[in-house]
Write a protein that binds this ligand. Structure first.
Ligand code: HSE
Length: 403
């Protein structure tokens, strides 16, 4: 029998137990042995819960129990979660997690600890919720040089943007609903300011390059400046607005890693990724594009990915599955040097100034928006665009990068 412990009995933790119990027969078959959750660690008690008898409060009970071979760390944070993960790996117990903050910050080190102790640190659920992304990069796509990973990796912001676009919904009300549905981070600032997506793209970029991409150095811009007016202009131009996370290998072997809202043409597959769904395009030099799509947040989809990792750990007991992510820092490209087009929304009276600042662009008017106009700049370096945009001061009302 494979005996597991779950650290944290919150949304994902209770989902992990539910998945293991609900699909136990087939999970056990795939794992090669019966899988059983022996302990659930939490500070709280859960009277009336069907698994209340497994709830414990002392981590050492798990650490010192030789029967426990795999631990699901779904408590979140980088304090106790880091300590517990490290100690489990040092004791040769594999750890599976959805904790992207911890993976982004200490992934390289924890993978090394797992290697040294012939066990595994697995984190499929840390990016894209229930969508397989980590395992494809680590196994199915190993023949590829991955040139770019680009997509929607935050369900909360995608849910908010979709509701704003389709229903004209108020930003704060939709955010509250996303929190009620269990999509949002404990501090939703991490979602709306792009930090959660930054951690996820840093994890993917680290796996793609094999070097460590520091999430705190990833360029991040969130969705707080996006308005319903921006959607009116985007839709008029046959586009939508998505918070994209991008990792691209540059010609000089540096890596561009960034998160920002982009205007995306409606015929791009990412434009049709709506609500809490995530969608990620991986471009390989031989394969071309592969699209990964599914539920990027939520209890059971995330738990399903954690449990898939548990099964993988059970299949590889005493052996570490290869995962290329070393401690050496990757060289990051400067996002300000990238060339692209930009959308600018401005006051009607500033038409001449905007055209003069970005000559050769294209004007866009939207019926019903008589006080404002939109403008698509020619392709230009981000740094040059920002300088001119800032010089326009309060004549301009917003800007969005073009994909
Ligand atoms: N807050 C995250 C999101 C949860 O909305 O995508 C899943 O990582």
């Amino acid at each position: 029998m494979i005996k597991a412990a779950v650290l944290g009995y919150g949304t994902v933790g209770s989902g992990v137990v539910e998945v293991i119990e609900g699909n136990n027969a087939q999970i056990s078959k795939k794992a090669g042995d019966e899988l059983h959750v022996k302990y659930i660690l939490d500070l709280r008690d859960f009277p009336g819960d069907p698994y209340e008898d497994r709830v414990i409060h002392e981590f050492d009970t798990i650490l010192n129990d030789p029967e426990i071979s795999v631990v699901c760390e779904v408590m979140g944070g980088v304090g106790a979660a880091y300590q517990f993960t490290k100690q489990c790996l040092e004791a040769g117990k594999s750890v599976c997690t959805s904790n992207k903050e911890l993976v982004a910050r200490h992934g390289a080190e924890l993978l090394e600890t797992a290697r040294s102790n012939r066990c595994n640190y697995m984190f499929e659920a840390s990016v894209g919720g229930g969508i397989p992304l980590i395992r494809p990069i680590n196994s199915a796509l190993t023949a590829e040089k991955i040139l770019e990973v680009k997509g929607i990796v935050n369900g909360t912001t995608n849910y908010i943007l979709t509701k704003m676009e389709k229903e004209g919904a108020d930003y704060n009300e939709v955010l509250k609903k996303a929190q009620e549905l269990g999509y949002a981070e404990r501090n939703p600032e991490a979602d709306v300011e792009g930090h959660d997506a930054c951690r996820k793209i840093a994890i993917l970029a680290s796996l793609v390059t094999g070097k460590n991409v520091d999430s705190e150095k990833v360029f991040a811009e969130g969705i707080t400046e996006i308005s319903n007016d921006d959607f009116a202009f985007a839709n008029e131009a046959g586009m939508t607005i998505k918070l994209l996370a991008i990792c691209r290998l540059m010609e000089d072997d540096s890596v561009l890693a960034m998160v920002a809202p982009f205007m995306v043409p409606m015929d791009n597959p990412l434009a049709t990724v709506n609500d809490v769904f995530n969608g990620v395009l991986i471009t390989g030099n031989m394969l071309g594009d592969a699209l990964f799509y599914g539920r990027g947040a939520g209890k059971l989809p995330t738990a399903s990915a954690v449990v898939a990792d548990v099964i993988d750990c059970a299949r590889h007991q005493g052996k570490t599955v290869i995962c290329m992510w070393e401690k050496e820092e990757a060289r990051l490209a400067d996002a300000a040097e990238i060339q692209r087009g930009f959308f600018v929304r401005a006051r009607e009276a500033a038409k001449g100034d905007v055209e003069a600042a970005f000559p050769g662009g294209r004007l866009l008017d939207v019926p019903g928006h008589s006080g404002e106009f939109g403008y698509f700049t020619p392709v230009m370096r981000e740094k040059d665009f920002l300088k001119k945009y800032q010089e326009l001061g309060d004549k301009v009302l917003g800007k969005i990068r073009l994909l």
